[in-house]
Design a protein around this ligand. Structure first.
Ligand SMILES: Nc1nc2c(ncn2[C@@H]2O[C@H](COP(=O)(O)OP(=O)(O)O)[C@@H](O)[C@H]2O)c(=O)[nH]1
Ligand SMILES: [Mg+2]
Length: 250
């Protein structure tokens, strides 16, 4: 099968849009997950954007190990990559992104948010532009195209439609992070991995005990492994089980 044979049509469209818009933008804001910033980067983006810089936003930092996130930022700084750690959902430190942009670029700041699914692109954009902002540039017939949101101080945000999809979609960590859907058949395997994140020396079925203790039982009094797996995955995602990073800077 040719490389184009399986390449999703909407990705071709997104790639085309990004390539065409790049010359008009000051930078792309690439949203990644602070728990796995390299794994959740979209590798082909660097090729698509040409000379337009990419600023990394390590979002969901409220769920990552704070020290690990600091090490990532130090590493990006050492590599000359502009990066900010934020939590767009809580609003914590989202101004950091504005500081990094202002330190890196000159106004007007023409920016667009890109990244893999579910990393918080819309949440970041809403945080930066204010939730109820009227979208300028919305004209009848153009509502599905890219829309500029213009703010004071030379800030211009392009609400770019279309998502990019990951190429490494079999990685269980991308499923756990919600970038790739969790197949119900995979949930238990992922749950066992989640348990090991918090209990490195755990045995294979130990995660099921957690479900038993919480009363996740099926009709026969057996532990309900599906429900337990879902609860572990949800507990990781919300960091209710604790803040854990999945990737360390090497
Ligand atoms: N814990 C946490 N969750 C977030 C954060 N930002 C976004 N989310 C959640 O991540 C999910 C995906 O967010 P969304 O903005 O729709 O992602 P998009 O697909 O990249 O546009 C939603 O459930 C958000 O509430 C964050 O900083 N921390
Ligand atoms: Mg979105």
């Amino acid at each position: 099968m040719s490389a184009q044979g399986w390449y999703p049509g909407h990705m071709v469209a997104t790639q085309k849009t990004i390539r065409e818009l790049a010359p008009y933008l000051s930078a792309f804001i690439e949203v990644v997950d602070a728990r796995a910033p390299e794994l959740t980067r979209h590798r082909p983006l660097a090729k698509w954007v040409g000379h337009t810089p990419i600023i990394l936003v390590l979002n969901k930092s409220d769920t990552a190990e704070a020290d690990c996130t600091k090490r990532w930022l130090a590493r990006y700084q050492a590599e000359g990559i502009a990066a900010a750690a934020v939590s767009a959902q809580s609003g914590h430190s989202y101004r950091e992104l504005g500081r990094v942009v202002a330190a890196t670029l000159r106004p007007p700041y023409r920016l667009s948010v890109v990244g893999l699914p579910n990393l918080g692109k819309s949440t970041v954009l809403n945080r930066m532009v204010g939730k109820n902002r009227v979208r300028t540039g919305a004209k009848p017939g153009l509502t599905r195209g890219p829309q500029w949101i213009r703010l004071e101080g030379g800030w211009e945000w392009l609400d770019l439609p279309g998502v990019v999809t990951p190429s490494k979609s079999r990685d269980w960590r991308l499923k756990l992070l919600g970038v790739v859907p969790v197949d119900p058949n995979d949930a238990e395997e992922i749950a066992a991995e989640v348990w090991r994140l918090y209990h490195p020396n755990a045995g294979d079925g130990d995660w099921l005990q957690w479900g038993r203790q919480r009363g996740y039982l099926s009709a026969g009094g057996q532990v309900d492994s599906h429900r337990t797996a879902d609860a572990l995955i949800a507990g990781f995602r919300s960091a209710r089980l604790g803040r854990v990073s999945l990737e360390e800077p090497s």
